[in-house]
Design a protein around this ligand. Structure first.
Ligand code: ADP
Ligand code: ASP
Ligand code: MG
Length: 467
């Protein structure tokens, strides 16, 4: 089989974990052709994001501190996962030269006094550049013929949407089939940086947080892989986040649209956009546990015969959101208010996660990411207030979204009532409700402090812990 194996930061957090990954690749490469996609080591992208904030304040002490921690982490993991002194030295030298490059980049940005989305992408792409050095070294150390590539070297070309770049699939497919495909038949294991790619002119871009999953399915589509494995630290896509509900259960099979619905609504184990190239090219995606590869997992595929199962299959919690309410008696029967809101948000780059409008039309509620709240309220006040129809724009920033997902909800009655009852029994008040016309999900907004209890109540109501 041709398999893309993507290992997330959670699978690469220590020398033991890196050794575990190399052993997996060694075992599977005997009978399969493998391309490995590596994320940054656990915590590294967050540290780079902090650095991209610190350059704005020019706080050199904190910058030096972060850089030292990055150096220590990569050096220690390399030393403890690679035995051959020649390979180890080579990796350590490369790590220090890449970190020097990062330091020079940060100094350059500080002296310019401005960080752009383009330079931010360059900074946060260093995590994957460093991790492939360590992983490739560890693979070579146990006799695997591994060769490292950046996303751009492998052939992933994107547009210039820095921070959330979109692959240009035709050119990308052509390039990847030329760079990686020939290596596979020679028994070489390409190790590709997840998350980072480049524009047509060679500027580094990133695919959005968690985007290594997207890299894996882009490569899978390009080489017509039999399967793309997303290897993480839990047994596949589960009925809810096992960190909230320890008795969460693995969902063995999902259609692309159900999986998409789950990931859009907070199932972090897979990046939502990763499903695009997979669905388009009918590539199966398996979400597996790196630490329990033979344990239960989730297969996401085009199989139409997927058992529908329970009406509600999973429940997710989306944190760090805020609700904006726009009200005014003058909004009734006045066309174009919603359009104005969407237009204002689009111009400011504010993504809307949920919308609901009452039948009376006197109120529109929207859910957005919390870090966009101030900008959202400011721009709405400027564009809507004082014109006679809208007289209030207010916000709640202590809320969360609970999303209940399942294809069995389509056309089945009473699901919403069961969700509301389950919450009412726990005394949890619902602030806003939305159901997509796909009927694959119901989303509700509640106070943040009640979120975990709400997830548990819904998980229990629909008996998600049993098949
Ligand atoms: P990686 O570093 O492997 O990319 P992530 O942290 O991005 O890992 O995603 C894995 C995490 O997603 C799990 O540890 C789990 O806590 C979380 N998660 C949230 N919802 C779900 C769900 N429904 N099923 C499985 N995992 C989930
Ligand atoms: N390292 C990147 C992140 O933390 C990409 C990924 O993990 O998939 O967002
Ligand atoms: Mg991830």
């Amino acid at each position: 089989m041709k398999i893309i194996m993507k290992f997330g930061g959670t699978s690469l957090g220590s020398a033991d974990k890196v050794r575990n990954v190399s052993k997996i690749v060694k075992d599977y490469s005997v009978n399969n052709q493998i391309i490995l996609v590596a994320s940054a080591l656990s915590g590294v992208t967050n540290s780079l994001v902090r650095l991209s904030e610190l350059v704005k304040t020019s706080n050199s002490e904190k910058i030096v501190n972060e850089l030292e921690k990055l150096s220590e982490l990569h050096t220690n993991i390399s030393k403890n996962s690679i035995k051959d002194p020649n390979i180890e030295n080579e990796v350590l030298e490369s790590i220090s030269s890449i970190l020097d490059e990062l330091k020079r980049l940060l100094e350059g940005i500080i002296s310019l006094g401005e960080i752009t989305p383009r330079s931010r992408d360059r900074i946060i792409s260093f995590g994957e550049r460093l991790s492939v050095l360590v992983v490739t070294g560890a693979l070579k150390d146990i006799g695997i013929n591994a060769k490292k590539f950046t996303g751009a070297e492998a052939g992933i070309v994107t547009d210039e949407e820095y921070g959330e770049a979109n692959p240009l699939m035709s050119i990308t497919k052509m390039k990847i089939s030329k760079t990686l495909q020939p290596l596979l038949s020679k028994g070489i294991v390409p190790v590709v940086t997840g998350f980072m790619a480049a524009t047509q002119t060679g500027d580094i871009t990133t695919l959005g947080r968690g985007g290594s999953d997207f890299t894996a399915t882009i490569l899978g589509a390009a080489i017509s892989a039999d399967e793309v494995w997303i290897c993480t630290d839990v047994n596949g896509m589960m009925t809810t986040d096992p960190k909230i509900m320890p008795n969460a259960r693995t969902i063995p099979q999902l259609s692309y649209s159900e999986a998409l619905e789950m990931t859009v609504f907070g199932a972090k184990a897979l990046h939502p956009r990763a499903l695009e190239p997979a669905q388009e090219n009918k590539i199966s995606v398996r979400v597996k546990n790196t630490f329990n590869l033979s344990g239960s997992d989730t297969l996401i595929s085009n199989d139409q015969s997927i058992v529908r199962g329970k009406v509600a299959k999973s429940v997710a919690l989306i944190k760090d959101v805020a609700m904006v309410n726009i009200g005014g008696a003058g909004m009734v029967g006045k066309p174009g208010i919603a359009a104005k809101v969407f237009d204002t948000f689009a111009r400011e780059g504010i993504n809307i996660l949920m919308i609901s409008q009452s039948v009376s039309e006197a109120n529109i509620s929207l859910v957005i990411r919390r870090n966009h709240l101030e900008k959202a309220v400011n721009t709405l006040e400027i564009s809507l207030l004082g014109r006679g129809f809208v007289n209030s724009v207010n916000a709640e920033d202590d809320v969360g979204v609970i999303a209940v997902v399942g294809a069995g909800m389509q056309g089945s009655q009473g699901v919403a009532a069961r969700v509301f009852n389950a919450l009412a029994k726990k005394g949890i008040n619902i602030r806003m409700i939305a159901q997509g016309s796909s009927e694959l999900n119901i989303s509700i907004v509640i106070k943040e402090k009640n979120c975990e209890n709400a997830v548990k109540a819904i998980h229990e109501e629909f008996e998600m812990d049993t098949p």
